[in-house]
Design a protein around this ligand. Structure first.
Ligand SMILES: Cc1cc2nc3c(=O)[nH]c(=O)nc-3n(C[C@H](O)[C@H](O)[C@H](O)COP(=O)(O)OP(=O)(O)OC[C@H]3O[C@@H](n4cnc5c(N)ncnc54)[C@H](O)[C@@H]3O)c2cc1C
Length: 162
């Protein structure tokens, strides 16, 4: 993979990827609005089905991100967890240890009520660890976006050795 410095480690095992998905809670969704980038922070749910990652977003039923996705459904996302700032004896030895995941995919605006209810259950499971059930009425008032992830990479920047 490009973009790794000698201090950073590429993460390839699925359990660590799932750990990042469980812990991060917020992703930054990158969209392309004509010739202008647009990034929106959002909570998410995830499903990992035989290695295929899907992300589930919820919110209002309209707004700028919806307008963009209708024109261009290609998205990029990033999330991070385990942030640990560290100090050094000189400015350039300060830094932050982190674990992060980013990737690209296609956004799909979901209309089917059952899929919306399932998405809300996935989202609440990821966000709270708990199982919630939703009905058609609750699903009808929220907008759901499914991100079909095509590929992703994950990396870890450890704390410096003492
Ligand atoms: C930690 C976090 C978690 C969030 N989780 C969710 C979520 O799960 N679902 C959800 O729908 N929203 C969430 N939000 C809010 C989200 O970032 C957007 O504000 C919201 O989704 C509206 O997006 P939109 O493209 O429809 O914006 P619009 O309402 O159409 O925004 C119009 C303009 O307002 C400004 N704007 C929009 N959002 C923000 C922002 N977050 N900060 C500053 N300026 C902004 C931009 O200039 C934008 O062009 C979260 C925000 C944060 C910070």
């Amino acid at each position: 993979m490009n973009g790794l410095t000698r201090r950073e480690k590429l993460i390839t095992d699925i359990d660590t990827v799932i750990d990042i998905l469980e812990k991060s809670k917020v992703l930054h969704l990158g969209l392309v609005d004509g010739d202008e980038p647009y990034v929106v922070p959002m909570n998410y749910g995830y499903t990992m089905d035989e290695g295929k990652l899907t992300l589930w977003l919820h919110g209002a039923t309209q707004g700028r991100k919806y307008d963009i996705i209708r024109k261009n459904p290609k998205v990029f996302f990033e999330m991070e967890c385990d942030l640990q700032p560290f100090e050094g004896d000189v400015a350039c030895k300060y830094g932050i240890s982190y674990t992060s995941l980013m990737g690209r995919g296609t956004a799909v605006i979901i209309e089917d009520s059952q899929e919306k209810q399932d998405a809300l259950t996935f989202l609440m499971k990821t966000q709270t660890g708990m199982d919630f059930e939703f009905n058609e009425k609750l699903a009808s008032v929220v907008g759901i976006i499914r991100i079909d992830v095509t590929d992703y990479t994950a990396k870890h920047r450890p704390l410096p050795k003492k």
